[in-house]
Design a protein around this ligand. Structure first.
Ligand SMILES: NC(=O)c1ccc[n+]([C@@H]2O[C@H](COP(=O)([O-])OP(=O)(O)OC[C@H]3O[C@@H](n4cnc5c(N)ncnc54)[C@H](OP(=O)(O)O)[C@@H]3O)[C@@H](O)[C@H]2O)c1
Length: 363
């Protein structure tokens, strides 16, 4: 067994120092403190790779200092090796893990994935299965947990049908695979170039959303023989029409789950969309005429068992991660450029400490 390396007092880390785009907000620091001592129940992970999520740059760009208390290290998902732990019975030094730091903790402890070391509660990590590489594992926790919790919220069961809007989003691709593990049928949308990707994830039917006009109108005109039991809106569309017009394609006792509408700016269209959404959510069905339940999933870090279950599914091969691109740590702004195109297919990964030959870099 190799001797453990001493843990330095300071490290390299990308730090959000002001509100704005990643280019404006981020500074590369070489003197960011490594958390010492750990709080009870925490582990310190030497980060191999980190993954970006849309929420990372959205928080950076939208949240004022009094909410996020800058400076802080952004991003949530990582893979790495446990190098220190305080009272954790489940993990020992040298364990290879994947995990995340959730938003609430990040606000307080300023820990993030874009640093050489990250300290998190031990309930936010799981053992990395041997059949999943460090790069692949980095992009799992946040989106896979969101997808699992969305299906739980909707109560998706064996033999039912799930419709996923956004089958090539990271959340959508996990949801397809998790639904297949549950024995459900899946219909998914993406643009035509992503059909093979979405079908390889397990989708039984595919709709090219770029080719059918407004999706709710297409589904009204071409309803399924048996109405869907669950719709997962995995894009974050601010327009609630897919729910408010769903009578012909979503079962009355079905469920609609959104990953959370992401309004495009603050204008009349956005305000009207948000009001329609609030009305559909808040008013009873005899006023709105809409019977299926409406939910917004917000990933819950307290469900530690979900991360363990995802680890088990990865090990068994039911879940397979996808990587869009791998970027060097110093090139983090290029990684942000990629995720901000909203066209990534799989996770955008940042190589924090792996040899470039094992991690691959973006072409
Ligand atoms: N509530 C929560 O707890 C939670 C947690 C995680 C994520 N989220 C939210 O969930 C959403 C998805 O996140 P993610 O990380 O999975 O995204 P992502 O992987 O970055 O999404 C990129 C993909 O979106 C697809 N896409 C873009 N516009 C689309 C549209 N109109 N219809 C269908 N597909 C579209 C693109 O496919 P094409 O190129 O084929 O269009 C691309 O493959 C984001 O809004 C994120 O903020 C919420």
């Amino acid at each position: 067994m190799s001797t453990p390396q001493p843990i330095p007092d300071v490290q390299k880390a990308w730090v959000s120092v002001r509100k704005g785009s990643p280019a404006r907000s981020l500074e590369l620091r070489k003197d960011w403190p490594v958390k010492k001592p750990l709080a009870p129940g925490e582990v310190l992970v030497k980060v191999h790779a980190a993954a970006l999520n849309p929420v990372g740059h959205k928080l950076m760009g939208m949240m004022p200092n009094f909410i996020l208390s800058r400076p802080y290290v952004p991003e949530h998902d990582f893979s790495g090796t446990v190098v220190d732990s305080k009272d954790s019975k489940d993990f020992k030094l040298g364990d290879e893990v994947f995990g995340w730091n959730e938003f609430g903790s990040q606000r307080v402890n300023k820990q993030g994935a874009l640093s050489e070391y990250v300290a998190v509660p031990h309930t936010y990590i799981a053992k990395r299965p041997a059949n999943v590489s460090e790069v692949e594992a980095a992009g799992v926790a946040l989106t896979a947990m969101t997808a699992l919790q969305a299906l739980d919220l909707a109560g998706l069961e064996e033999g039912q049908t799930l419709f996923v809007n956004g089958g090539s989003t990271a959340v959508g691709a996990w949801a397809i695979q998790l639904a297949k593990i549950r024995g459900a049928k899946v219909v998914a949308t993406a643009s035509g170039k992503n059909e093979e990707y979405v079908r390889n994830k397990g989708a039984d039917e595919f709709i090219d959303y770029t080719n059918v006009g407004p999706l709710h109108k297409y589904l009204q005109a071409n309803p399924p023989q048996v109405r869907y039991n669950v719709i997962l809106e995995a894009v974050g569309l601010p327009d609630p029409s897919l729910y408010t017009h769903s009578q012909k394609y979503l079962a009355p006792n079905g469920a609609f789950v959104s990953v959370g509408p992401q309004p495009h700016g603050f204008n009349l269209t956005s305000i009207s969309q948000m009001l329609r959404l609030a009305g559909a959510k808040l008013f009873p069905s005899f006023l709105t005429g809409i019977k299926p339940s409406f939910h917004i999933v917000l990933v819950d870090p307290k469900k530690a068992e979900d991360l363990q279950l995802i680890g088990k599914y990865l090990e068994e091969g039911g879940l397979k991660p996808s990587v869009d691109s791998v970027h060097l740590f110093d090139d983090v702004l290029k990684a942000y450029e990629r995720i901000m195109t909203n066209r990534a297919r799989g996770k955008v990964i940042v190589n924090v400490s792996l040899p470039p030959s094992t991690a691959g870099v973006a072409s």
